[in-house]
Design a protein around this ligand. Structure first.
Ligand SMILES: NC(=O)c1ccc[n+]([C@@H]2O[C@H](COP(=O)([O-])OP(=O)(O)OC[C@H]3O[C@@H](n4cnc5c(N)ncnc54)[C@H](OP(=O)(O)O)[C@@H]3O)[C@@H](O)[C@H]2O)c1
Length: 349
């Protein structure tokens, strides 16, 4: 008998309650599974073996109670937590998907996933003309890179010579946003939470970077952005956004991608400098990648795999080992312990 263990949501948790706790709010559930006897059919045409799964901050938003409305519904109690995963087709009832082929799917954080027939349109077969490593499809080419790409290019509409500031700059979204901005001729400034991360930003080509734990963002931004900020790629929210408002140029654009400092904050930060939005005619635009990427998928998959294959876009991973390491990985991301894109390797390729 094999197993199909999964990471289960046990209890909802709102931001005011702080960080989720492993065991209390979510954790590993052991489930026996007879792989040999498992059958695919019309109702469940595919059985997937999950290999690499993405660990992302937005999962925290899905752990909130259903009363808090968001762009995705809260997860049900007892549900395996779903996220984008690179998987192998191990049983197939449809000729388009051969056993042994690889796909990206919103599998659960579990060892094996049956794909229901109404979710078949969400299964993405991978096309790999550059022979990139399999983890790339939920890593350097995955959802956070798509976020960086559409956010920067199509929300921020950058112009060469402008100054962009990116927070959480060494993370999954930030590292890509910074390199793309540099390739478009911008002056790129980033912040992150350790000196090691700052050194890495310089290696990625950031023009300037600061550790926000050692220097106040109110001091660092005027020092490192002497011409002011034209674009802010917002990943963290809170006081950082307040400091950006004071250092923004007229008609600056704020690409509102995330607010991770608020996801577990019992005392939500109240903006003090919001009148700057009026007096400088600022634009703040929130966006959700899954709503925008369908519009730009073709150009994304034309441009990005090539950049990665040619080594023009570097990508740092933080790989957690085994299904059981995922809860620790998620809490690590929420607390800034990850250095690079957090992924878990659930099984061998
Ligand atoms: N709009 C969308 O569709 C979309 C899609 C994907 C991601 N996002 C958002 O984009 C942001 C980055 O996501 P990601 O996947 O790239 O994560 P990530 O940057 O790889 O990991 C999260 C990072 O956030 C930083 N952080 C954590 N707590 C913080 C705090 N209190 N204050 C400041 N920084 C903090 C930490 O880096 P430091 O050590 O540098 O603090 C941590 O490593 C998140 O807000 C996420 O929700 C939005």
């Amino acid at each position: 008998m094999s197993s199909n263990n999964g990471i289960i949501l046990r209890k909802h948790i709102d931001p005011v309650e702080g960080y989720p706790k492993v065991g209390e709010h979510f954790g590993l559930e052991e489930r026996p599974f007879n792989l040999e006897a498992a059958k695919v059919d019309e109702e469940h045409p595919l059985l997937l073996r999950n290999i690499y799964t993405s660990i992302d901050p937005y999962i925290r938003i899905r752990m909130q109670s259903p009363q808090r409305k968001s762009y995705l519904p809260s997860l049900d109690l007892g549900q395996v937590i779903p996220n984008l995963t690179l998987a192998e087709v191990v049983k197939s009832a449809v000729p388009e998907y051969k056993t042994g082929s690889h796909v990206v799917f919103m599998s659960g954080w579990e060892e094996y996933t049956f794909v229901p027939k109404d979710a078949m349109k969400m299964v993405q077969p991978i096309s790999n003309p550059y022979n990139l490593p399999l983890m790339t499809f939920v890593g350097a080419l995955g959802m956070p890179s798509q976020t960086a790409y559409v956010g920067l290019k199509h929300v921020g509409k950058p112009k060469a010579g402008e100054t962009i500031y990116i927070s959480a700059a060494s993370g999954a979204v930030g590292q890509v946003a910074g390199q793309l901005a540099k390739s478009m001729g911008l002056y790129v400034v980033g912040s992150a939470g350790s000196d090691e991360k700052i050194a890495h930003l310089k290696e990625l080509g950031y023009d300037a970077a600061f550790n926000y734990k050692n220097e106040s963002v109110h001091d660092a931004l005027p020092r490192l952005c002497p011409k002011g900020i034209d674009i802010y790629f917002e990943n963290v929210g809170g006081e950082t956004l307040d400091a950006v408002l004071m250092n923004a140029n007229f008609h600056a654009r704020i690409i509102f991608c995330g607010a991770i400092s608020q996801y577990n904050n019992p005392n939500p930060y109240g903006l003090k400098n919001y009148a700057q939005i009026l007096t400088k005619s600022l634009t703040i635009e929130g966006f959700i990648v899954m709503n925008l990427i369908p519009l730009y998928q073709e150009e994304y998959f034309r441009e990005m795999p090539k950049l990665i294959a040619e080594g023009k876009l570097k990508y740092k991973y933080d790989v957690y080992k085994g299904l059981g390491s995922i809860p620790e990985g998620l809490i690590g991301v929420l607390q800034g312990k990850n250095f690079g894109k957090a992924l878990a390797k659930i099984a061998d390729e």
